[in-house]
Design a protein around this ligand. Structure first.
Ligand code: 3PG
Length: 215
């Protein structure tokens, strides 16, 4: 089975900012700073009351942004996220019901997993790129390096605990297409409206080189 692949999306940037929007008014300037800095893929987490409206605002108003919805944990969120304009979906883990719902969609999904068995099962279902979460707590880059031997076909976007100090441990692995992280969108910068700071962090992240190939 072949599902819509996140591959061409992830080719756009080595880092996917994982964004938590508390105030709707922050969404558009934040997304502009990320896109202008070179990170067009943006995951807005569905963890705040304004998250869906934030997805809608960024999708409608920020040219060049490719906005997705993260923290998708149940079926009911899927339709709302897509209706708001999300062009990809991300989950922290994947229950059987969620996997079944994702598999019926026409948008790329990065389904979450944290073990070899979970990853194998999702690949069997047709999910080509998996979110490895929580990356650092689940074994980090060492885990991904270890499973590349027996399972070289599995490819990941790890997220959770990744920052400037360890991002290259991940991006230097051939089975890591990109990483997700919140370090480029610090809460204090968002709260204080310091989007220049976000722009600078995005610009630094956008230049990171990765070992993975996208063929
Ligand atoms: C999340 O869903 O919170 C992401 O995994 C972000 O993790 P981070 O804040 O450790 O980058």
């Amino acid at each position: 089975m072949s599902l819509p692949s996140p591959l061409s999306l992830l080719a756009k940037a080595p880092v996917v900012p994982v964004v938590v929007i508390e105030r709707l008014a922050d969404a558009v300037p934040l997304a502009r700073a990320l896109v202008d800095g070179g990170l067009p893929l943006i995951e807005i987490t569905l963890r705040t009351p304004v998250a869906l409206e934030a997805v809608r605002a960024v999708a409608a108003q920020v040219e060049g942004a490719v906005v997705g919805a993260g923290t998708v944990v149940e079926r009911a969120q899927i339709e709302a996220a897509l209706e708001a304009g999300a062009t990809f979906l991300v989950s922290p883990g994947t229950t059987p019901a969620l996997a079944e719902a994702f598999a019926a969609l026409q948008v790329p999904v990065m389904a979450g997993c944290a073990t070899a068995s979970e990853a194998m099962r999702l690949f069997e279902m047709g999910f080509e790129v998996l979110k490895f979460f929580p990356a650092e707590a689940s074994g980090g880059a060492g885990f991904l390096k270890s499973i590349a031997g027996p399972l070289p076909h599995l490819r990941f976007c790890p997220t959770g605990g990744i920052g400037p100090g360890n991002v290259m441990d991940y991006l230097s692995l051939p089975n890591v297409l990109a990483v997700g992280g919140s370090w480029v969108v610090p809460n204090e910068a968002i709260r204080s409206g310091d989007f220049a700071k976000v722009h600078a962090l995005a610009a630094a992240a956008a230049t990171l080189k990765r070992a993975a190939t996208f063929a």
